[in-house]
Design a binder for this molecule. Structure first.
Ligand code: ATP
Ligand code: MG
Length: 550
């Protein structure tokens, strides 16, 4: 078929953005930019630096960190195999030796992913090749060699060129991966990083809930000081050794442990203070901070058992989701919004009454630290988070105008996550702000208005004026004004109408008279007033007006 014929047959098709994704465009994007600029500025004042992360990562990273049982990992991730084609083409049997050598090289260089499965397949291919004798022309091929040949091709088929990849549903796991990968534990601690960008979760789209949404988040990571590295006087009782030197023995002094807890609490509080400072800067309305402590490895398992036992007693009165969660994740029952369950939940044991001493000390210190910073909070014993890695401090911030999707920020402490990802024992605390919801809330409360339009619309007529107009536009833009320069001349009436439509503040009128006199006419569109300026005076006048925010 000729190209022309093909085109005729193809019906033009209109495309739409995929469900749960959307386009953002002016003037709204101006608000997004303002929000992001504020984040850069506020976070920098707290000593945070930006990290830019990949949009996709090995699925395994999320499965390990967020937890296989969570909704996010079990059903919401966009997952695919990077390359589905197989290793090939299959070599002639005599060339298998060379082929295997090539595969080994590709494996070594990482071109073929260094996964357990691929390593095993390679080893099996090699051992079958070593056993293979079927190349001699004089000997009939044996059954054993047929099997060896079969093994070689079967394992070749089993090699996977791609790994399973997921679009990131959140970024904490990536930040921790990067911390380990780049040996950031060698940097001055703590390492304070923030990020912003799109995240992906296959959820039911609704107001404030999308499949591609945006988060602004930050993390504080700090390598744990092993007790052996504690300052000498902190390690334990001082005793004299045989050689007469002073050494230490016995358990560390309680003072050190509590100093660590106090330090963690101050870090938690400062991170929360930073989010609040950011929201204040944006004048976000109806900000409500809820905090809780969900215990640690010591006390949470015992509490969960207690909770489970109590839930089993009232199982019949719970909805199906909660009944299921009694087994899988009883903490999530506390999160239930189901009206009929609220009365029962109110009678359940509260984690606050079952924290171990360390967690209780830490939680009390966090509250004290928040008070010192003038951060207003509400304790919410039912606040649990959906991701597995949280411990001790958890918090959530809600804002006005969002209906039931009213959480704009979630965060918490996650000591141990970096270690789980192959790094050294490391403490972590962070948060993620839902930027889409933040923006919705600003818009709903009238704080999302951003100035658009142009500063100056240049209305010009005549060839000589055109050259002047081009020069004027260049100078004004250099001085930071936004300028609209029509590409063809227009009657002044039409040009002024156009300037109005674009929301310009001023029209700069350049005709033959203006050019020959060297006096340019500036019209203020709001009140219609007009004045004449020389070129340098005009720039000065506009700059003054800008400084006065007029
Ligand atoms: P929710 O309970 O609302 O589903 P979450 O606990 O799943 O939130 P986190 O994983 O803690 O949310 O993410 C932090 C923030 O990211 C949330 O408070 C919310 O503002 C935002 N967020 C999460 N999922 C979405 C989504 N699908 N669309 C828009 N924003 C989202
Ligand atoms: Mg969610």
């Amino acid at each position: 078929m000729s190209e022309g014929a093909a085109k005729k047959e193809e019906k033009p098709r209109k495309f739409q953005a995929v469900r749960g994704t959307r386009d953002l465009f002016p003037p709204e994007t101006e608000l997004w930019n303002r929000v992001e600029r504020a984040a850069h500025e506020v976070f920098a004042t707290f000593g945070f630096g930006e990290i830019r992360l990949p949009i996709f990562e090995p699925t395994e990273l999320f499965a390990r960190s967020i937890g296989e049982e969570t909704d996010v990992v079990s059903k919401e991730m966009y997952t695919f195999v990077d390359r589905t084609e197989k290793l090939g083409p299959e070599p002639k049997i005599g060339a298998f030796g060379i082929f295997i050598e090539k595969v080994r090289e590709l494996y070594r260089s990482g071109e073929i992913p260094q996964t357990g499965g691929n390593q095993l397949a390679l080893e099996h291919m090699e051992s079958a090749w070593k056993k293979f004798n079927g190349l001699s022309p004089d000997v009939a091929i044996s059954l054993e060699d047929l099997d060896n040949a079969y093994q070689m091709t079967a394992y070749m088929d089993a090699m996977r060129l791609g790994i399973e990849i997921s679009l990131r549903p959140e970024a904490t796991a990536s930040v921790c991966r990067a911390y380990v990968e780049h040996g950031m534990q060698a940097l001055p601690q703590p390492v304070k990083l923030y990020y912003m960008g799109p995240m992906f979760r296959r959820e039911r789209p609704q107001k404030g809930r999308y499949r591609q949404f945006y988060q602004i988040g930050a993390e504080v990571l700090e390598k744990e000081v092993a007790s052996g590295e504690w300052p000498l006087e902190a390690r334990g009782k001082r005793v004299a050794s045989k050689e007469g030197k002073e050494v230490t023995s016995g358990p560390p002094q309680a003072g050190v442990a509590s100093k660590e807890l106090a330090k963690d609490a101050a870090v938690d509080a400062e991170v929360i203070e930073m989010v609040i400072a950011f929201f204040d800067r944006l004048e976000l309305q109806g900000v409500q901070l809820d905090i809780n402590s969900i215990g640690d490895r010591n006390c949470r398992p015992k509490y969960i058992e207690l909770l489970r036992a109590e839930l089993l007693k009232v199982k019949d009165k719970l909805g199906l989701d909660s009944q299921r969660r009694i087994e899988t994740n009883p903490l999530r029952v506390l999160d239930s919004k189901l009206e009929s369950e609220q009365g029962i939940i109110a009678t359940l044991p509260r984690i606050g009454d079952h924290l171990c001493e360390e967690c209780a000390t830490h939680y009390a210190a966090v509250k004290h630290q928040l008070e010192m910073r003038g951060v207003i909070y509400r304790e919410n014993w039912r606040l649990v988070r959906g991701l597995d890695y949280y411990m001790r401090t958890t918090f959530e911030i809600t804002a006005k105008g969002l209906g039931s999707q009213n959480a704009v920020c979630g965060g918490g402490r996650y000591d141990g996550l970096v270690e789980l990802l192959g790094g050294p024992p490391t403490k972590g605390i962070g948060f993620a702000i839902g930027e889409d919801r933040l923006i919705l809330s600003l818009q709903e409360s009238g704080k999302g208005v951003v100035a658009t339009g142009r500063d100056v619309y240049i209305a010009w007529m005549g060839e000589r004026a055109h050259a002047t107009a081009i020069r004027a536009a260049k100078d004004l833009r250099k001085a930071g004004f936004s300028v609209e320069l029509p590409p063809v001349e227009q009657k002044f009436g039409k040009a002024l109408g156009q300037a109005d439509k674009l929301g310009a503040k001023y029209a700069l009128i350049l005709g033959d008279n203006e050019v020959s006199e060297g006096l340019w006419t500036l019209k203020t569109l709001a009140d219609g007033s007009q004045a004449k300026y020389t070129e340098p005076d005009l720039l000065e006048h506009l700059s003054k007006q800008r400084a006065l925010k007029l």
